[in-house]
Ligand binder design. Structure first.
Ligand code: ADP
Ligand code: GLC
Length: 486
């Protein structure tokens, strides 16, 4: 099957979060199943720099845009995944990240930037660029690609369309003037289309017009059909429920493997679990904390945003300090949270380590060196770090929501006796509930037997590889093709 995956980020080209991991790994998994999967994304400077063998293959003249745009073709990563980059320097050649300026504000012309990207993806999809390649499936991801399905829907000989929601909280909301300026077909502006309470919603376009829609875990797929998690789109998702499902993300076990991770101090496996402690000592050293392998070390890595519940960690921090444990944070985002964390690392300088910023290599060392990993998310479509933690024998403490609920099995009498327990799970998004889970983890860690090692090693044996998820995507593509012919 020929598949074009459209995305606003993909490793190893450019990454701000989990979408990049997925958009980088799924094509590799699909290609190893024998399918011709290619990626299309905007030509940000970093993406150009990290690509191989780029050449210009077409000039693009796109309706609704009077920008110069070109299509570049090349490959990405060691597996040489074929890529197309949409090169429109006035829109994409900027500092900052794909969505935000260096000062942390949304680029004011995001509707034009991703509107143009969607138009370009339609051109490639319909083989209007002289590539002599036409996909059977157009697989769009998140709001930045939400206009592709509506633009394709009435095109003869179009491919089947899939839309994957990685995070319903980011919707790409603009206004009528943006809609008008992008010269979109007028009939799209309706309650059944991209109009959303008088605003112009990119994500709604993807959900309403794609042949099949999915999100990245079975539990989140159920949650978003409720008022609490639906972000105003629960009605539409219920309406589409026959064509809407959850497919759990996989993780890349070549990049995340404690046995061959080039970024960690000491490589280890479940059979050589003792070597993990050397990583803990190295991590304590890296953060300037006292080196002692019997101190329990907690870790956090992630965007510092409301979704991730970092404020809940701040609520339980005094308790963690009283237990004698240490904690390290790596992240960036909300400036109040950044400041609070830095303040705490000054106050408890022998127990709290904080790095504000984005550091891929350090994230591996935290996964390898910490004893447990905190992920108290208010909602979590899938979450990758808890799966990385399991692979690294770092026991996750997670909230019972979304992909966290689908990947971590709570320590309890039954799960301990049948050997399925992998972490600590709590229900309510408040400090008290998180504290009860943290307290259980502290007690469990200090048990005189080898219970902690067994728990960590059970995590290491779980299989969240892409193989299974890629097969689910193939089944979804098949059903999209079928529902088109009906
Ligand atoms: P989300 O996509 O919501 O941010 P995920 O858990 O799906 O959450 O994926 C986050 C990805 O980004 C993981 O690969 C994580 O290691 C990485 N990450 C997030 N923040 C940082 C950071 N500050 N430094 C390094 N890696 C980070
Ligand atoms: C989003 C979600 C995260 C998910 C990732 C990849 O950013 O917040 O839960 O793992 O996308 O699908």
């Amino acid at each position: 099957m020929k598949i074009l995956l459209s995305t606003s980020e993909a490793t190893p080209l450019i990454k701000t979060g989990g979408l990049a991991d997925v958009a980088g790994s799924l094509p590799v998994a699909l290609r190893s199943l024998g399918h011709d999967c290619r990626i299309i994304l905007p030509a940000y400077p970093e993406a150009i720099e990290n690509s191989d063998g780029l050449e210009k293959v077409a000039e693009l003249a796109l309706p609704g845009h009077n920008q110069d745009a070109r299509l570049l073709s090349g490959t990405a990563g060691p597996h040489k995944t074929p890529i197309y980059l949409v090169d429109a320097p006035r829109l994409f050649d900027r500092p900052g990240n794909p969505y935000l300026s260096p000062e942390g504000f949304n680029w004011p012309d995001n509707a034009d930037r991703f509107g143009l990207f969607c138009r370009a993806a339609v051109h490639v999809t319909m083989d209007r660029c002289g590539l002599a390649w036409k996909p059977d499936i157009l697989h769009a991801n998140d709001w930045q690609t939400g206009l592709i399905a509506p633009l394709l829907q009435k095109t003869p000989n179009r491919p089947a369309t899939i839309f994957t929601i990685h995070n319903l909280a980011y919707q790409g909301l603009f206004d009528w003037h943006d809609f008008e300026r992008l010269q979109l077909p007028e009939e799209l502006w309706s309650m059944q289309g991209v109009e959303f309470y008088d605003q112009f919603s990119f994500i709604k376009g993807g959900i309403a017009y794609s042949d099949q829609v999915n999100t990245v875990s079975p539990t989140y797929a159920e949650e978003v059909k409720t008022l609490t998690y639906g972000a105003g789109l629960d009605g539409l998702l219920n309406y589409r429920s026959d064509d809407f499902c959850g497919i759990l993300n996989g993780i890349d076990y070549q990049i995340w493997d404690p046995e061959q991770d080039p970024f960690i101090t000491s490589k280890y496996t479940a059979d050589r679990f003792e070597s993990k402690l050397l990583n803990k000592l190295a991590l304590q050293r890296e953060f300037g904390l006292p080196e002692n392998d019997s101190i329990q070390l907690f870790g956090y890595i992630g965007r510092l945003v409301d979704q991730k519940g970092v404020d809940l960690i701040l609520q339980v921090l005094p308790g963690i300090m009283d237990s004698g444990a240490q904690i390290v944070f790596l992240g960036s985002g909300n400036s109040d949270l950044e400041r609070s964390l830095l303040k705490l690392s000054n106050k408890y300088h022998t127990r709290v380590g904080v790095r504000i910023g984005y550091d891929e290599e350090l994230s591996h060392r935290i996964e390898a060196g910490a004893d447990c990993f905190l992920m108290p998310s208010r909602f979590e479509p899938c979450g990758l770090n808890q799966m990385y933690s399991l692979r690294y024998g770092t026991v996750p403490i997670v909230r019972n929501t979304g992909g966290l609920a689908d990947t971590v099995i709570d320590v309890g009498a039954a799960s301990l006796s049948n050997g399925s327990a992998t972490g600590f799970v709590f229900d309510q998004p408040d400090g008290e509930s998180l504290w009860r889970a943290v307290e259980r983890a502290i007690e469990f860690y200090h048990r005189p037997d080898v219970a902690w090692q067994i728990l960590a090693m059970t995590g290491m044996q779980q299989d969240f590889s892409w193989e299974a998820s890629a097969k689910h995507y193939m089944a979804l593509y098949e059903s999209a093709l079928q529902c088109m012919t009906v």
